[in-house]
Write a protein that binds this ligand. Sequence first.
Ligand SMILES: CC(C)(COP(=O)(O)OP(=O)(O)OC[C@H]1O[C@@H](n2cnc3c(N)ncnc32)[C@H](O)[C@@H]1OP(=O)(O)O)[C@@H](O)C(=O)NCCC(=O)NCCS
Length: 299
Amino acid sequence: MAERTLIIRRMEAKDIERAGEIIVAAFNDVFTRHGYHPPFPSREVGISLARGYWQREPQESFVAIENNAVIGSGFLHLRDDTAGIGPITVDPASQAKGAGKELMMAVIRTARRCPSLRLVQDAFNTTSFPLYSKLGFASCGTVLGLSGKDFRAVSRPRIHTIRELTTADVEEVAALDAKLTGITRPQDLQFFAAQPPQLVSLVAGQLTGYLCMLRTGDSTFFGPAVATDSSILRSLIVRAAEMESGKALRMRLPARHHELQLDMLRMGFRVDHLQTYMVRGPWHVPKGTDLLAVFPEAL
Ligand SMILES: CC(C)(COP(=O)(O)OP(=O)(O)OC[C@H]1O[C@@H](n2cnc3c(N)ncnc32)[C@H](O)[C@@H]1OP(=O)(O)O)[C@@H](O)C(=O)NCCC(=O)NCCS
């Protein structure tokens, strides 16, 4: 029998299509096997995700190659002293043979100067949790994957001013973000500012929070977002839901924000599935109230 050769290397343009198809196949397979709706509506969404990450972070995008064919991919997102990881996927036909672990080890090696690595794992997935755990990632709490479409009206306190984010706000928003979440990511805020409208909140003229929206077709993902307190983030979400009315809305809410969680359930959001926030290295509970990003993954 021919010896198995597994190579991990940086992603190239020619790999994008297959890598995107595998992202879709791997997630739709594991979600369906556990009785959940497949999260990816089409192969094109996976391909555009792989292309988007590769174009922004080519040095941090990896593929696993076996017998000259792409069988998986993994993405790193370095942000100063923190980095997000994901998605990591292996073709269902090639799983449980070490490719996922090799992809993770390549990502961890590339991030060796970055002290704190983060990722989000689907809580039902009994493969990914021990894989990450054995590589040094510890659980830092549950995350609720929320979704919804039609919402009940929720009153909004009048002391908050909410307006659109402008590129001129980015520096101040990045400073508030770093102070509250500990993550330095002005490049991500620039990325969202270039796709208006995004939102900021002010109280007595002082910046108190922001909420970014990632729009894909007929759905919108809320996050990254952070505010100095729960009621301010709630106001940002309510305004964003009004603006994106008629679309399917999703967000990743850390479950420790219990008050906001109850507000979201009352508003009409549903819990799609639970996830685990896992960190390798130092992590401090963020100040304020936050939503996790899906782009870039897991920050
Ligand atoms: C998660 C995923 C990337 C793993 O890739 P893979 O190639 O199948 O994983 P590997 O074979 O490299 O490693 C799996 C590890 O988990 C261990 N493992 C698997 N199931 C386990 C269980 N139930 N209990 C304990 N350990 C388990 C294996 O023993 C192996 O560890 P080892 O190498 O130390 O023996 C792949 O299953 C996948 O694409 N899943 C769907 C998409 C997904 O959920 N991605 C993760 C997003 S966060």
